[in-house]
Design a protein around this ligand. Sequence first.
Ligand code: ZN
Length: 220
Amino acid sequence: MLNLFFPKVCVGCKEQLLKGETVLCMDCIHSLPIASFHKTGSEMLQDKFYGRFLVKNATALIYFQKRGLTQELLHNLKYRGKKEISSFFGKWLGAELAENNHYKEVEMVIPVPLHKQKLKKRGFNQVEGFGKEIALALNVPYRDDILIKISKTGSQAFKTRILRFEAEELFSAQHLGEIKNKHILLVDDIITTGATLEKCALQLLKGENVKISVATIATT
Ligand SMILES: [Zn+2]
């Protein structure tokens, strides 16, 4: 119904999308800088975590390019509420991972969480659609209640905003019994240094015999 009032246009070139197309037209899809380490076998992402935690497999669909289409996509997703971008990439990657031997043994998908205040403000976790579609494709549960983001208490008033943000990035895992012996796919929208994913993984690894793989929409 909404289509009658808002014809769907490509997030990239703003041309009207054809029937069956969502988010991006074929030309823009083909112009994306593809990473897809699950296909190439590149261990570039695993290497980011070397010496920090043991990651079974790690992949990202596309490379993040500043001022490029990938930045436009992530910006639209995070700040303009275009949740369908997240699902679009989740369907894409999910279909590929379901055919991939390294990811077939994944038993649960867990997203990097937002702090509940941020969730309230934004209204959604930008990685939810991505994670849910992957879970659906792999036929495993999507659990956003295991990992939670918490704030550091105590006075942070004299720190700069950036420092405060860094200091506040703390996570905690609950219901550890439910992830016992599980191979978890931890998902996020973008990986840069890997610090956030590392913090999340270290919490999940408090569970007994937990294995972690990582998948993101984009990587720098
Ligand atoms: Zn386009």
